[in-house]
Structure formats: C-alpha cells, structure tokens
Design a protein. Sequence first.
Length: 146
Amino acid sequence: MATMFNTQPARRAVRPFDAVLSQLFNDTLPGYTTGAGFLPAADVLETATGFELLLTLPGVPKDALTIDVQEGTLTVSGERKAPVTEGENAVKVRRTESSYGTFARKFRLPETVNANAIEAHMTDGVLRLVLPFDTDKTTKRQIEVR
C-alpha cells in the first residue's frame, strides 16, 4: 500500500528525513485530506494486535467529531471553531498562529483490520483510534506438503 499522503500542498519544505519516514510508512495506513481549514496531525503506530491512529485535535470537543468506515476507508471529520470576533462574547484577536475550520482525514484500511471492532477514545486533545487486526485474516499457518 502507498504511504500516508496529503492531497493539499505541503505546509513546509520536504526534508530528507521526511522522505525516510514516508518510505517507512509505505506499507501502513495511507491517508489523505479534504477540506481547507484545519489539518490535524496524524501518527500511525503498529502494535502486535493492530494499528493505532493518533490525531492531534486541540480545542476540538468529541461531540464535534464524526468517524465513519465505508468501503475500507476510515474518515475522521469535524470542525475546530475560531474565537468569536463579533457579538456579545466577542474577543479582539491580536495574533493567531493556530488553524481553524472544518477538516476531514481519510485513511484506507488494510484488509487485515477488523472494521467492526474499531474503538475511539479522546483524551487531552488527542483522538486515539484502535484498529485491531482481523485474526481470521492475519493468522499464520503452515501448510503440509503431501
């Protein structure tokens, strides 16, 4: 499978180390983004029992997230709202370095992931998705020659 890739232009220049990491993740969960506003960072880890997908979502409440699995694609979407600049609770923004807006990250799931057993947990602004292996598809067995 291909590496996790971004369909939007890179926000910084690609460094040689990034190329090495991209090659390292070449056989894991490829991902791509849609939307223009906020782009959460994603880390993909592999454990003995499956994959873990960590999305950094500071300031995004869990009720603002939607997580769907359809036809082998995992989609995490939501919105990170900007500070209110008009109305009764308005603030005056002096400087902002954060990104706001809607986002959608999509990841193609390997056939070895059990899509029916995916779990999601949100702690301290990090969404952790546990993607367990399907033991029927990952069991190693030896075939006897007759």
